[in-house]
Design a protein around this ligand. Structure first.
Ligand SMILES: [Zn+2]
Length: 118
């Protein structure tokens, strides 16, 4: 099975240069933070879900809870971690809108969004 990244708008697959893939953590609290950061609609990671190293500021995850890379933060729907922090104060609604925008821009999951509307 080809390993590919579960992030919205990311098409990275195993074999791409300078790219590592990480399992979603099993630790409940950290896992929730990863899922929230990944921001896919109605999505829970499966045992096959992995995220690539491109979603970490330093290009790799950190197991230090004080590190910014303890949780992935670089996504198509977040231009920078600063922007994400600013959005955090606006609540979930604003963030959800951005996710939809990002999905439409990249052409991924458009079918899913459309079918949910009807
Ligand atoms: Zn990725």
């Amino acid at each position: 099975m080809v390993i590919s990244c579960c992030a919205v708008g990311c098409a990275n697959r195993q074999g791409k240069a300078n790219t590592s893939f990480y399992w979603i953590p099993f630790d409940v609290e950290r896992r929730q933070r990863w899922v929230a950061a990944i921001s896919r609609k109605d999505w829970q990671p499966s045992k096959y879900s992995r995220i690539c190293s491109h979603h970490f500021l330093q290009g790799q995850k950190s197991d230090d809870p004080l590190s910014l890379d303890y949780v992935p933060s670089v996504f198509a729907h977040t231009k920078s971690p600063e922007k994400r922090r600013a959005l955090g104060s606006l609540g979930n609604e604003a963030e959800e809108e951005i996710v939809e925008e990002a999905s439409i821009r990249t052409g991924i999951e458009v079918t899913v969004l459309v079918s949910k509307m009807f």
